[in-house]
Design a protein around this ligand. Structure first.
Ligand SMILES: [Zn+2]
Length: 56
């Protein structure tokens, strides 16, 4: 394999991981953005009770 080919493969791998990370980040943003705030609140509330954090 030539040095140029190795560089090309490495660049493709970096692009794939950047694209994957961006996709993951955007997914989280969209999921939290479109989920109803009540659902998010209930989940946070359940987590608070699950870890024994004083709540009410
Ligand atoms: Zn509570």
């Amino acid at each position: 394999m030539t040095t140029a080919a190795q560089t090309a493969v490495k660049t493709e791998t970096n692009m794939a991981s950047i694209a994957f990370a961006a996709f993951l980040g955007l997914s989280v943003l969209f999921i939290t953005g479109f989920a109803s705030s009540a659902t998010l609140h209930d989940t946070a509330h359940d987590m608070r009770h699950a870890i024994g954090f004083a709540c009410h």
